[in-house]
Design a protein around this ligand. Sequence first.
Ligand code: HEC
Length: 202
Amino acid sequence: MMRIHYLLLIMIFAFSCRQNSPKRVEPNQLSTELRQYFLTKGEKIALESQKALMSKVLNAINDEGLPGAVEYCNLHAIPLTDSLALSYGITLQRLTDQTRNPLNDITTEEDKEAWTILKEMHSDSSATSKHLLKQVKNDIYYYKPISIVMPTCLSCHGAKNKDITPDTWNVISKIYPNDKATGYTLGDMRGMWKIKFSGKDM
Ligand code: HEC
């Protein structure tokens, strides 16, 4: 509890400083405490968002079957992450190098660099922490791998005609003619969460 109060004080102090002078908190000078604060907060948001998405997909599969659940993801995945982002006061994305929805493509140099680092962490079984904090000017970015954690993921991202039934593939290929998001196996890194904590909100 003490620790949380201490962090809150830092945040309040940082915020009140900004009211009086144009000088902002420079994330490049983030203290160890603040780094830890953003890592913990980022991890919490990523986990909760993952849980929310997964429970929605599982419900959709239950209610409508796999082909119906593909349509559900098409309509709701991005709006759902957007509404989670709004409630947390951050920006939230799922990015990947092999996209289903091209809107989730990795495009910036920063994201490419983060992807490479996370891929290494992901395949390193001795790595204890598998997430990343980046500071760019006044913004702080949190990245975390998204893994193929259960066989259900493979029904839409595994091998065609083996894990993915022809019925399901039919719908996927119709909605996403340039789909690249198949061929994964259990444990693979499928994508990454990207959270942006905006400096101006600090
Ligand atoms: C019912 C089919 C289905 C299942 C099951 C499924 N996905 Fe997806 N996945 C999709 C669709 C459809 C999209 C594209 C969503 C959109 O248009 O925003 C997608 C997109 C993604 C993306 C965003 C990157 C991209 O390629 O657009 C990630 C990451 C992802 N899925 C991971 C997973 C993981 C991990 C699991 C298992 C927990 C999983 N998916 C289970 C259908 C599925």
